[in-house]
Design a protein around this ligand. Sequence first.
Ligand code: 5GP
Length: 125
Amino acid sequence: MPIDATLPYDETNIFARILRGELPCKKVFEDDYSLAFHDINPQAPLHILVIPKGPYVSWDDFSARASEAEIAGFVRAVGQVARDAGLVAPGYRLLANVGLDSHQEIPHLHVHIFAGKKLGPMLAR
Ligand code: 5GP
């Protein structure tokens, strides 16, 4: 079910539980501000999720409330994960769903990194 991105942060969401170590993940990167791991249901040959460690529902919430350090750390982490995976030359796609119309399902900000094939049109037509 898509989530309403205007609701307060829910500490029980799956990514909060992964951050607390209550659920496993296939980690590819971690620093003070961010965690990156493989999507459990990949939509491309490579499908990585990058999340900030702070409690932010969505890109909207993060861009409004996060500190400069959190924002810089997270944006740099997304770039580093893609670089470390060798994706700059072949190319990749970033996607962040926000709320109902985008069908955001997990109410903790995550940026999808898709790669490993020609990704086709940006949106389903
Ligand atoms: P959204 O639709 O919210 O942008 O994307 C949520 C993503 O989280 C989906 O691609 C889904 O496969 C992924 N996901 C859902 N539950 C889990 C989980 O427990 N572990 C991992 N690694 N990914 C998950």
